[in-house]
Design a protein around this ligand. Structure first.
Ligand code: HAM
Length: 419
């Protein structure tokens, strides 16, 4: 045997036994998003690298450290998408979608970040996200946040919603200058990462998880106390909207997000079931971003959820993985039976009945073993006697009970038995 080749570190296979969970959460996302007027968009996984340096921010960890970038045979510098917002906006602008007024879009698919893999953190991971364009009013923020909550609670997932305002270009620069000065004064008490970020991206310092930095940062000046009037009014209205919708939240003044594009509303859904990587979903407003990426001034707000993290929570909750199983397994007793099961399986499938058979034929015991492996609900043995009589015995694989059935009209009989 040749040496085996394994998957790339931090990139996971999702085998058929686990995929049912993903199908469930994706199907529910589609259903819930449609209830709120979001329509699906699909964009490439590869984009010009410049899209992210301009869109997500040159100084962010995502762009400066974690992006997979490569040369396309001496042409463009390309990147595997590290997130979905920038590409969605590129498509929104490129196709002139803004002429159609406000739009609500959603997407699901793989994203790539060269992070250190650990539980809940991978190099290829999957996001399910939405972007809503063209509405600056806070009612949209509240509606979108409530939608995430609606989706998660339908899955039985309890999360904490953290809410903050990160201000806008009117109020943030003065705050950032003060914060930088405050952090510089305390540089000696902060970790090396914090010191580096003080100069490059001071807001991110607030997010530092190092235990010795935490108590120092507790008393850092808060942007929430320094919001300009329009940002304050917006934040209060988002809160009022969430209150009216009965969505509980925690105001978290130190919530900053790892991407530079946010203004005003920033939010995150976290779960204790996840350990260190507690953020299940995160998002916020990015009112200047469409313009930064070459489009007309268009407000926007979106979020993305990490599908792996949601799957981990569902697993921790012990939620069973939905399985699709054949309603009936056709077993061939002899040569006439083998021909009959092939034809009957085709008829049943055309009639919408999920069925399976062991194309190897052979011993009955082995065929029954296969019927058990695929968790078939019923089994039906066909041999020359059954074919001649036009009827057989339908075996319930759980109770082991056998019932005589006519082969003509089997599909209808099975559907009835299944209910
Ligand atoms: P983000 O917070 O970087 O935001 O990612 C959103 C979610 O993706 C996280 O909450 C987490 O569940 C998941 N995630 C991120 N990195 C990893 C990883 N390495 N492994 C597993 N899961 C991960 C964004 O990406 C923004 N584009 C969200 C957004 C949309 N903002 C506005 N619109």
């Amino acid at each position: 045997m040749s040496a085996k080749i394994n998957a790339v570190k931090g990139m996971n296979d999702l085998l058929p036994g686990a995929v049912g969970r993903w199908q469930e959460l994706e199907a529910l996302a589609r259903e819930v998003f449609a209830l709120y007027g979001y329509r699906e968009v699909r964009t490439p996984v590869v984009e010009p690298a410049a899209l992210y340096s301009r869109g997500v921010g040159e100084q962010t960890d995502i762009v400066s450290k974690e992006m997979y970038v490569f040369e396309d045979k001496g042409e463009d510098r390309l990147a595997l998408r590290p997130e979905g917002t920038a590409g969605t906006i590129r498509a929104f602008i490129e196709h002139g979608a803004f002429v159609d007024g406000p739009q609500k879009w959603f997407y699901m698919g793989p994203m790539f970040r060269r992070e250190r893999p650990q539980k809940g953190r991978y190099r290829q991971f999957h996001q399910i996200g939405v972007e809503a364009f063209g509405i600056a009013e806070p009612a949209l923020d509240a509606e979108q946040i409530a939608m995430v909550e609606d989706w998660l609670s339908r899955l039985g997932v309890k999360t904490t919603l953290k809410l903050n305002s990160v201000g806008d270009p009117a109020c943030r620069p003065a705050y950032l200058a003060d914060l930088t000065a405050w952090l510089t004064e305390r540089a000696g008490q902060l970790c090396a990462d914090c010191r580096e970020r003080t100069a490059k991206n001071p807001l991110r310092v607030l997010d530092c998880k190092v235990p010795t930095c935490q108590p120092v940062l507790q008393s850092a000046p808060r942007l929430l106390d320094r919001l300009c009037d329009p940002c304050r009014v917006h934040f209060d209205a988002v809160r009022a909207g969430l209150d009216a919708l009965g969505v509980a939240y925690l105001v978290e003044p130190r919530l900053v997000r790892g991407l530079d594009y946010y203004v005003r509303t920033a939010y995150e859904f976290t779960s204790d079931a996840l350990g260190a990587q507690s953020a299940v979903a995160g998002g916020g407003r990015y009112d200047g971003l469409v313009e930064t990426l070459g489009g007309p001034p268009t407000p926007g707000i979106g979020f993305a959820l990490g599908a792996e993290r949601l799957a981990l929570i569902l697993e921790a909750l012990g939620r069973p993985i939905p399985v699709r199983r054949p309603l009936v397994f056709l077993v061939a007793a002899d040569e006439a039976g083998a021909a009959a099961v092939l034809k009957l399986s085709s008829d049943l499938r055309k009639a919408g009945v999920a069925c399976d058979l062991d194309a190897r034929g052979g011993k009955l015991a082995r065929q029954f073993k296969q019927a058990e492996r695929v968790a078939a609900r019923f089994a039906l043995v066909l041999g020359s006697a059954e074919v001649a009589a036009g009827e057989g015995k339908l075996k319930d694989m759980t109770t082991r009970q056998e019932t005589p059935v006519k082969l003509a009209g089997l599909a209808a009989h099975l559907r009835e038995a299944a209910t």
